[in-house]
Design a protein around this ligand. Structure first.
Ligand SMILES: Nc1ncnc2c1ncn2[C@@H]1O[C@H](COP(=O)(O)OP(=O)(O)O)[C@@H](O)[C@H]1O
Ligand SMILES: [Mg+2]
Length: 390
């Protein structure tokens, strides 16, 4: 490995393990702050590697590779949740500053660990259990009612490790696959939520925390497709309560960096926690253009233990539309039409190859007419995806 070049003047190097779009979107704020970004990438053309001069390719599950990488960095943080705990613990033992810490991160890596810790901390959760056998599935489902939500505790994303089971037959394959991996499954009651919310916040090692306005997230087939900031018609008291749930979790788990708490809002306005992500999150992409401090800048500030920036929204509303891979593979030609049509639109594409359903970018648009913003964000995402052609 060569070494990353530092800005003169005492500026640090932040190392990110994983070269996905979340690492990539740290590059803009890092450049503005004079901070050098280093990325341990999956491939030379990984999303973040395309925009980061120091992006060695290496296996994030290999201790020596990660150690080698960390030697060049003042602090290590993550693009994803898949770095094994023993690898991170080895860095900590070497004296490397790692944020979030492996103890905190485990709650975002393993949904069973998360459920246990939150339940113990008195945080509202769906009714849940751990199941290894068909009997355990049936007993739980009969107590809470079919259908139940079945989850693989580790490694799922974009709904891939989540299934709605109507009968025990639906769970059989997952039980045996889990057993082969030496795991059990997480079962949850199906929460009759009215919508999904997300609390995004940052917490620094010194304990300072800052939360963005609570947002509404819209999922389609398990993938986030739209985010509205702030969540429409959320009573100030309910927003406060949701934010406090997030801040309490961050303090209890000693989270450092950005964390998203995915929430279900119930008909009575109360919330239960769905899951945690300890990194910048899709539900915070709106903040890049819609808040005084975007989540990627804030994550850098937090992991460097710098004072946090204001999370205040700049406009009454910001709508984020996710761009998923569709038929067209040439995306750049869409810019001319989109940019001419809507000069206030902000387009963020991640430099990723197009595959159907893959998150390849997002758009943000801010203003005061929510219906108009939603329409414009939807239009732009559809146009890039090739769903519409004008
Ligand atoms: N207990 C539940 N009740 C109802 N819907 C759920 C439940 N758990 C998850 N879901 C739905 O599935 C989606 C994905 O589940 P989640 O645990 O967030 O998985 P992922 O890690 O893939 O994001 C959620 O955003 C929600 O729409
Ligand atoms: Mg989720």
């Amino acid at each position: 490995m060569s070494t990353p070049l530092r800005s003169p003047g005492g500026f640090p190097v932040v190392g990110i393990i994983g070269g996905g779009q979340l690492a990539r979107m740290c590059a803009g704020p890092a450049a503005e702050l004079g901070v050098t970004l280093a990325v341990l990438a999956e491939a030379p053309d990984a999303s973040a590697a395309l925009v980061t001069p120091f992006a060695p390719v290496g296996d994030h599950t290999d201790v020596e590779t990660v150690r080698d990488f960390a030697r060049h960095c003042d602090v290590i943080t993550f693009d994803h949740e898949h770095v094994p705990a023993p690898v991170i613990e080895a860095l900590v033992a070497d004296g490397v500053a790692v944020h979030p810490t492996p103890e905190a991160l485990l709650h975002a890596q393993d949904k069973l660990v998360m459920r246990r810790a939150l339940t113990e901390a008195g945080v509202p959760c769906p009714r849940w259990t751990q199941a290894a056998t068909e009997e355990e599935v049936t007993t739980f489902a009969e107590a809470v009612g079919w259908p139940v939500v079945v989850k693989t505790p580790r490694g799922g994303y974009d709904g891939k490790g989540v299934m709605l089971a109507d009968t025990v037959d639906d769970v059989r394959d997952w039980l045996s696959a889990a057993a082969e991996r030496g795991e059990t499954l997480l079962l949850e009651e199906r929460v009759p939520f009215v919508r999904e919310l997300s609390v995004l916040l940052a917490r620094s090692p010194s304990g300072q925390a800052a939360a963005w306005p609570v947002v509404e997230t819209v999922q389609t087939d398990g993938i986030c497709t739209e985010v509205i900031a702030p969540a429409p018609d959320l009573e100030p008291e309910a927003a406060r309560a949701a934010t406090l749930v997030g801040l309490d979790i961050a303090a209890a788990l000693e989270v450092t960096g950005v964390m998203a708490v995915e929430l279900f809002e119930l008909a009575d306005g109360s919330v239960v926690v769905n899951e945690l992500a300890m990194r910048p999150h899709n539900s915070g992409h709106w903040s890049m253009d819609g808040a005084v401090t975007g989540q990627f800048e804030q994550h850098l500030r937090a992991v460097l233990d710098l004072p946090l920036g204001s999370p205040r929204a700049r406009e009454p509303w910001t709508v984020m539309g996710n761009v998923l891979g569709g038929e067209p593979t040439d995306l750049y030609p869409t810019y001319r039409h989109l940019m001419a049509r809507d000069p206030e639109l902000k387009v963020h594409l991640y430099g990723k190859g197009v595959r159907p359903g893959r998150k390849i970018g997002h758009v943000n648009v801010s203003g005061s007419d929510l219906a108009d913003l939603r329409e414009r964000a939807r239009h732009a995402a559809d146009y890039i995806q090739g769903v519409i052609d004008e």
